[in-house]
Design a protein around this ligand. Structure first.
Ligand SMILES: NC(=O)c1ccc[n+]([C@@H]2O[C@H](COP(=O)([O-])OP(=O)(O)OC[C@H]3O[C@@H](n4cnc5c(N)ncnc54)[C@H](OP(=O)(O)O)[C@@H]3O)[C@@H](O)[C@H]2O)c1
Length: 298
């Protein structure tokens, strides 16, 4: 499996497994550990979660699985996130809001380490752009967490180019990724110039919801049906599956992003991995880019 080096300490597998939907899988810790081991045997060693996933339960489930075989931790990389306070019976909040203060980043990290049953996080991310963001507070918290050995790197999610540029510069260029939504149905970061800014800084994004949460295959929306027909035609030409073509489209972009698969099925994860062997022609890439009718060429 191809890996992407984020800094001197951390490399991630180009295909990452995500656990946003883990709480719906209904698996035991042993079944989850077995699933993760299968991922690793296929070369998918990097796993994405967040403090709030599964209403604060996802990290706990992962930690229970990791506790069953402590040696397994050294074979994988864990990405997790902070910065959102979600309503929950066990939390004191009255509304959902963002919080990216020094205290929140540090206390969230210590709590995630405990829940995940680990003593370090490979990539620690701010989950959403915070309008109340204090850059230097956040940098101080992250740098101290690195010093303490609690995290190996840090970055952001869902940032626009201005906010990414500001934070990356003020952190002394230590922001290792921007985790963003990109798919043949989601073009915000093409249009904003984010993918260009990341190339300028040699930073590799991580793409979430690459299949638009499965909508690419299930929606009856006319534009999505059009996209599906294009994908199916190109898949037939390459003797592969439709989802493999979506992944190949994402992986081909020069910014060299990592793709986070959200499936609970190893066969579908294998379809993502297969995409590393497919090199779409440029014209095919553009056919997919244009297929949903959202993008135009001038
Ligand atoms: N940073 C952020 O703000 C952010 C936000 C959202 C997500 N993420 C991360 O990104 C990861 C991936 O996001 P995602 O889960 O939305 O990814 P996704 O891969 O676009 O969607 C996964 C969903 O699509 C379904 N699916 C896949 N192939 C299908 C098919 N052929 N037909 C019907 N359904 C199909 C899967 O069902 P099966 O399980 O049955 O295959 C699963 O429910 C998350 O797990 C999380 O780690 C980050």
């Amino acid at each position: 499996m191809e890996t992407i080096q984020l800094n001197n300490e951390v490399s991630l597998s180009r295909i990452v497994q995500g656990f946003w939907r883990l709480h719906t899988w209904n698996v035991s810790p042993q079944e989850l550990l077995d699933f993760m081991k299968e991922c690793v045997s296929l070369g998918v060693t990097s796993f994405d979660t967040a403090e709030i996933y599964g209403n604060y339960q996802s990290e706990i489930l992962l930690g229970q699985a990791l506790a069953l075989e402590p040696d397994f931790r050294s074979k994988i990389q864990i990405i997790t996130k902070t910065g959102i306070n979600k309503l929950n019976p066990n939390k004191p909040y009255t509304i959902k809001h963002y919080e990216t203060t020094y205290d929140k980043i540090k206390s969230s990290c210590y709590s995630s380490l405990k829940k995940l049953n680990t003593n370090y996080i490979d990539v620690y991310l701010i989950h959403r752009e915070d309008p109340f963001f204090n850059h230097m507070d956040a940098v101080k918290a992250f740098d101290e967490l690195i010093e303490e050995g609690c995290i190996k790197s840090y970055g952001v999610c869902n940032y626009d180019p201005f906010k990414f540029d500001a934070f990356h510069t003020l952190s002394n260029f230590k922001c290792v990724t921007n985790q963003i939504e990109v798919s043949p149905l989601q073009f915000e970061h093409f249009n904003s110039g984010m993918l260009d800014l990341l190339q300028k800084y040699h930073v590799h994004p991580m793409y979430w919801s690459p299949l638009n949460g499965g909508n690419i295959f299930t929606s009856n929306d006319e534009n999505i049906v059009n996209l599906r027909l294009v994908l199916e035609r190109i898949a037939k030409k390459h003797h592969t599956s439709t989802d493999t073509i979506v992944y190949a489209w994402l992986l081909k972009h020069p910014v060299k992003g990592m793709v986070i698969s959200g499936t609970q099925k190893i066969s579908r994860l294998q379809n993502a991995i297969n995409a590393l062997q497919i090199n779409l022609e440029l014209e095919e890439w553009y056919e997919i880019y244009l297929a949903s009718g959202q993008q135009i060429l001038r």
